[in-house]
Design a protein around this ligand. Sequence first.
Ligand code: NAD
Ligand code: TYD
Length: 335
Amino acid sequence: MKVLVTGGAGFIGSNFIKMLIDGNELHVVNLDTLTYAGNLENLSSVEASKAYTFYKADISDHEEVCRIFEIERPEFVVNLAAESHVDRSILEPGIFVDTNIRGTMNLLEASKKYGIKRFLQVSTDEVYGSLGKTGYFTEDTPLAPNSPYSAAKAGADLICRSYQKTFGMDIVITRCSNNYGPYQFPEKLIPLMIFNAVNDKELPVYGDGMNIRDWIHVDDHCRGLISVLKNGRTGEIYNIGGKNERTNIDIVKTILEILEKDVSLIRYVKDRPGHDKRYAVNTDKINKELGWKPFVEFSQGLKDTVQWYLDNSEWVQHCISGDYRNYYRKNYENK
Ligand code: NAD
Ligand code: TYD
């Protein structure tokens, strides 16, 4: 069995590929253009495996995508490649449309042409928009994205829907909540706060810090993706979430406690424009139909994640060199 994974050098993609190769007799083809967020170091444990092939390629390049399908003839496609950071989408939205929408369409076109068995689109709960104090996103919640990132992901979901309805392709979509764990690029909340706290730098909390996210360990998300890829029903959407709502300030304070650092490092800064207040995901469908549920307990998962970043400071140093410094300055200088 051959699975083409896009974005496999990123945070979730690299954890997913390692899980696939460890657990199954299948071949993984990783297609990744290696943006700032893509790092082949994440995959050093599998790069010599016969079950793994890598192509450096851009999903928004239709010819290149078709060339790889022609050579590899994958049976399954799992699309994780994306521009994934909300703050970057506010600074530079164009690339989000190119990769997340056009890139997804190119993959669908190639999948149609080469007759793949199943296409899994890895989406996000952010396509549903923002919740108030109560309620949960279900798979029937109307799409109401608020950032260029989530709008581009919603666009990709709709293109997938149209290829399923119009061309009868076997397409499934997952919508997961916020992931944490090893190999997450240090622009996202948890690794950024760990890095800054370790280095006694200020921790920039947007607004009042009371926005809520539903955190899930990346391994639980990857297990959910495998369940849906194997047993999800054609044309269906499956939410994946951690049943673990936390305010941002709670997360930040917990990280400071784990690292035994002082709360005086916290700095409340100007809020993110269009900042979604609360995400919370109802996961009854994937639980009832596929028997999936999250396993990793958050306080232990967070401690392990902090320890991973402490043990892998060289990996972090590689991430934050070059372009990342320019982004950090641009995003935080006027806050
Ligand atoms: P990431 O930014 O860590 O990794 C993205 C990967 O995609 C990188 O390796 C990058 O090089 C690659 N990529 C970007 N543009 C590309 C292009 N044009 N062609 C080929 N490769 C390209 O992102 P992540 O956090 O691992 O997220 C992976 C997927 O999961 C995304 O689709 C994201 O929307 C979705 N998702 C993420 C979360 C989360 O909390 N991180 C939650 C739900 C869904
Ligand atoms: P993030 O990790 O960017 O994920 P998303 O925006 O996709 O949910 O942010 C998680 C939450 O943390 C979000 O409410 C914004 C907030 N946040 C800060 O308060 N400070 C920061 O420096 C960052 C990056 C995020």
